[in-house]
Write a protein that binds this ligand. Sequence first.
Ligand code: ZN
Length: 217
Amino acid sequence: MRMFLWDFTSPARDGAIENDIVIHENTHGVTNRMTGGGTGRCLQTTEAGGMGEGWSDAMADWNAQGATTADFVLGQWVTNNPAGIRSHPYSTSATTNPLRYSSLKTLTEVHAIGEVWANMLHNVYASLVSAHGWSATARTNPDGTEGNIVFLHLFLDALLLQPCNPTFIAARNAWIQADANRYAGANKCVLWHAFASRGLGVNAANHNDDSTVPAGC
Ligand SMILES: [Zn+2]
């Protein structure tokens, strides 16, 4: 894995010693290999590549969380700046982070698109932890029922289910299918509510927001 020196500070700071940067880069290796059957060539469209950046931020976010879900900022140390390297903190507050599915209408850069996806996943994470609690041993025990463990299972399962070069819609559908497969759909409504809260509801399409959830949710 190729890491870089950041020149925001003097002396420069090495991205290899900030956990969230290392996790971000490592997760590119995971998402590129797990999407589309291991070809490493299935996050090539702008939208899919954008989600690639988003998964990488979301994995760093997952690692940083504790018993109470907090806003997450990437790259604070390499920049020596509490605002980090993204436009907004990842947050359950739509005031703190107003990014929604329809933000894709005007975003063209993969990291910026990734922020929309990572913020949706932050909200999915927060909802699952709210529903099922938080495990302090999630890094070493994948068998727990807590929300942070459920989140990571669905995160990884969905990568394998989604098609080559997924859209946001296809990636959301993969999360719903992953939950149907692993948990018999126990989290279906939690997932739909979280995605729909940021515009990726049932009738979302072509970067137009929709906040609808399925009947029964
Ligand atoms: Zn990246």
